[in-house]
Design a binder for this molecule. Structure first.
Ligand code: G4P
Length: 293
């Protein structure tokens, strides 16, 4: 089974320490932190160290890429966060959907007390300063660009590409501080690692793509069987639903991905599945739910 064949995913981003230091050094300059999460994996895209790093600073959870996530699941996540008294908002920074709710959520929920205090002291004109954090590719630049309503050059989170501290002014009311994206150095929980890998948050070069695709198929067969039936015309899923390789083979066969001897090109099938999932062609899918914890 794919589960057993999948080697453990490890990832050593190297600049975790630097980012941690940068967050700590700049925390006193901001009023709150915006932690951007991937709405398809709100739990797995949260850096487990972030709570400790951010401490007691008010924090808003922004579930980005909501356009790719299952809307019913996203509502459940938002409700779960509300129950924990967290301020959370679902957005799609690519189209801008949901972004108009950001400033009101900050003003009326996240920083209400602070702003009332400022007003009482005649300081209501002071801009709100926010730090933006999140894993690489979660949409930090897209969010900041959306807020600034202009395109800025993207500085990538690649080792060797220097990122300096940047403040972006949003009108006269708000200033955003962009932090480098960072993944944690070690995955205690391989489920988290795999979910990050499904979404493309971890470099594919270090992974066994066939095993990864097999695991994604196992999840989809359980949670979204209609997607596999409709897109890949996969039938008889009940018999193979626990067997990732068997499903990958079925998918490849249905798509005519054969090599000499009539065997299925599993690598091609795996790449197709992962690409189509990541580009949203499979529809809106969420990989984890709040109740699962
Ligand atoms: P980062 O700063 O956190 O590293 O992430 P960035 O904004 O660069 O976004 C990473 C990728 O995710 C980009 O795609 C971006 O367009 C996409 N993205 C960001 N927000 C959303 C969203 O809400 N919905 C969807 N569907 N995609 C989003 P890319 O393929 O790397 O670049 P491009 O296609 O935009 O050129």
């Amino acid at each position: 089974m794919a589960e057993e064949l999948m080697q453990n995913i490890q990832w050593f981003p190297g600049h975790m320490t630097k980012t941690r230091r940068m967050i700590a050094a700049n925390l006193s300059l901001v009023d709150a932190v915006v932690e951007i999460l991937d709405a398809r994996i709100p739990r797995s895209s949260r850096n487990p160290e972030m709570d400790r790093m951010v401490g007691t600073k008010p924090r808003l959870l922004l579930l980005n890429k909501a356009d790719m996530a299952d809307p019913a699941a996203t509502s459940r996540w938002i409700q779960a966060y509300r129950k924990e008294n967290r301020v959370a908002l679902a957005v799609d920074c690519r189209s801008g959907k949901g972004i108009s709710g950001f400033a009101p959520a900050v003003r009326q929920q996240l920083l209400r007390e602070l702003l009332e205090k400022r007003q009482a002291h005649g300081m209501s004109g002071a801009p709100i300063r926010l730090m933006v954090v999140g894993i690489p590719n979660v949409g930090k630049s897209s969010f900041i660009n959306r807020m600034a309503q202009s395109k800025r050059a993207k500085v990538e989170d690649r080792p060797g590409v220097t990122r300096t501290k940047q403040w972006v002014k949003i009108g006269n009311q708000m200033e955003l501080l962009d932090m480098p994206g960072v993944l944690w150095p070690k995955f205690e929980d391989q489920t988290v690692a795999r979910r990050l890998a499904f979404t493309g948050a971890i470099n594919d070069d270090i992974m066994d793509l066939e095993a990864l695709a097999g695991l994604l198929l196992c999840y989809l067969a359980k949670a979204y069987p209609q997607v596999l039936e409709q897109r890949y015309k996969m039938t008889g899923l009940d018999e193979v639903a626990e067997d990732g390789y068997a499903m990958l083979e079925l998918l490849g066969r249905k798509r005519g991905m054969l090599i000499s001897g009539g065997e299925v090109n599993l690598e091609r099938a795996a790449i197709t599945l992962l690409d189509e999932f990541r580009s949203g062609k499979l529809g809106r899918i969420t990989l984890e739910l709040p109740e699962e914890a």
